[in-house]
Design a protein. Structure first.
Length: 195
């Protein structure tokens, strides 16, 4: 599984990514330690630079092949010490399947979603939170939005070219996933033989 530049915004996201890799080293409890991730992100050795306060070595170029460029290392440091980001939600679409896709009819901005508590139960709504919009603060019941979306989807028809392209994409994705599983299997076998 490859990641896109900038996809992992937080150390917690890097931790989740590395925890999904079975061949990544783990602690005694079988989990990837947050401290290990934090140390990795600030270690210039990955960019083929050697630094040591003990030996008074400061940014010496190493003879080993870098795993990341110095530019990438600098971007990581800027992100670590720059503006804080809110953590990515794990349940981003559990309750509101169209969150991030539905837009306001007046201003065109994405609708937010929320739960409202009634006297006996909770109610799900989509609403516009763009100040200055005519629909600001007006909520639409989730059922009405998602039912209307379902009606639109039922009217859609695909073309043969689109189906062929989708089939090709799925075959390519399947082949890439199969290659990834083979790589992980080889790595685990190497670890078993070595340990």
């Amino acid at each position: 599984m490859s990641i896109k530049p900038g996809e992992l915004q937080l150390q917690a996201e890097v931790l989740r990514f590395l925890s999904a890799k079975p061949d990544f080293p783990r602690g005694n409890n079988g989990e990837v330690r947050p401290k290990r991730v934090a140390d990795m992100l600030v270690n210039p050795l990955y960019a083929s630079c050697i630094c040591s306060e003990v030996y008074e070595l400061n940014w010496l170029r190493g003879h080993h092949q870098p795993l990341i460029s110095l530019e990438t290392y600098d971007k990581v440091q800027t992100r670590l010490h720059g503006t804080a980001y809110a953590p990515a939600r794990k349940n981003i679409s559990d309750d509101f399947t169209l969150r991030g896709f539905v837009t306001c009819g007046d201003c065109g901005k994405k609708l937010r979603s929320s739960w409202a508590k009634g006297k006996y139960k909770h109610y799900a709504y989509y609403l516009c939170q763009t100040k200055g919009c005519d629909s600001y603060g007006k909520s639409i019941p989730r059922a009405r939005v998602e039912d209307a979306f379902g009606d639109v989807v039922r009217t859609l028809q695909t073309t043969p070219g689109l189906l062929q392209m989708a089939e090709t994409m799925f075959r390519d994705a399947w082949a890439a996933r199969l290659d990834q599983v083979k790589d992980v299997t080889k790595s685990v076998r190497r670890q078993i033989r070595g340990g």
